[in-house]
Design a protein around this ligand. Sequence first.
Ligand code: ADP
Length: 480
Amino acid sequence: MKFEYAPAPESTAIVDIKPEYELFIDGKFVASKSGKKFETINPANEKVLSRVTQASAADVDRAVKAATEAYRKTWSKLSGAQRGKYLFRIARILQERAREFAVLESMDNGKPIRETRDTDIPLAAAHFFYHAGWADKLDYAGLGDNPKPHGVVGQIIPWNFPMLMLAWKVAPALATGNTVVLKPAETTPLTALLFAEVCQQADLPKGVVNILTGDGLTGAAIVNHPGINKIAFTGSTEVGKIIAKSVAGTKKALTLELGGKGANIIFEDAPIDETVEGIINGIYFNQGHVCCAGSRLLVQENIKDELLEKLKRRMSLIRVGDPLDKNTDLGAINSAAQLMKIREMAESGDAEGAERWSPQCNLPEKGFWFPPTFFTGVSQAHRIAREEIFGPVLSVITFRTPSEAIEKANNTPYGLSAGIWTDKGSRILWSAQQLKAGVIWANTFNKFDPASPFGGYKESGWGREGGRHGLAAYLKGDFS
Ligand code: ADP
């Protein structure tokens, strides 16, 4: 007999979504001079949630002026301990309002409430707590005596972890004494706007954090504004390249956290049931909208059949559907455009001769959905082995020897993450030394901690976020 789950929807009563939002500049919500607005929708049902403002170049200028004034007159005058107090206050408010943030994030992004509640929002608060602790200890961070901030920083973030990426950007910038102009992604602006309210609630001095909603044009206006001293960007490699070109030859500092095609390497002696959980977490967490996803499964040939059987069984248990249901594992794809990209990539896998497998699942009619999927028979030359899909699609590749695994894992223009599954400590250390990736997990995957630096090599970007290394990116000087 098959037991069904009863529906367990999280209530949306806790969120108060306004029909329209303005821009957050100099501590207040203000109208754009352009007056242009665009809709943000719930990708799970395509309903319009709100209308937000498309910030123009004139609005960017206004925000940069506010951030410059705030830097000169208030923020740079405070001691580290005083800055830390504000960060602690923000961290505590995020904890207090965690459920509100989690529900809003699920509605605007499509990711399951289980993830926003247990991962995104607690980790966002943890980033503020961690950096609050650093604010008065920068002299002891090994980055020189009395290290100096850049001044005004421009920060552009993506839609896959809207609130968490905001925390990764804002917390270290403020802890090190910078002021901020931040742009959330156009499909997920709502938690950043709620964060603006948190800044007000925390009495953060006006102009220290400014939040501008808008699309790539707003992003480009931030990148090109002469009053900004540093740009921090997380997003696609394509846009990262454009930004690197715009910033080249200017005085602006730059950090880029871009795409990935992480190899999750399974050696024959891996603990197989744990490994299956790690593969699931590596690629189906957050609908696979994860730059460090383990999107290439490199499995030793002699255990492939056993592993794939177990993986299929486990994938059949993944519950796809309403992101606000507490039992949902895989939510909605963030946008129609992203769904098209995933479909196009999966079709290229079919066309190039790989074999597709997905469990039976009933996808809702409205909204944007893609079932958990893997491809076997994938060669290194296939597009699904080389290009980032940014969806719940895994490419399975086999290897015979450890050195073949390393060679295949490193054969990519990216270098963000990798996973190693084996019983042998010596093999973990040997593999980690050979792998060209910024983050390497052993017998686990997709684990994040504010104290642990995160970032990539090659086309996955420059610089690190988190930990002591992440502080360096917001301070002047060459710490390489
Ligand atoms: P994705 O392809 O995953 O949507 P993008 O790199 O396009 O990722 O988007 C990441 C962020 O970069 C978003 O906030 C987006 O608005 C912004 N963006 C897009 N184009 C540009 C640009 N030319 N300059 C600056 N920011 C941009």
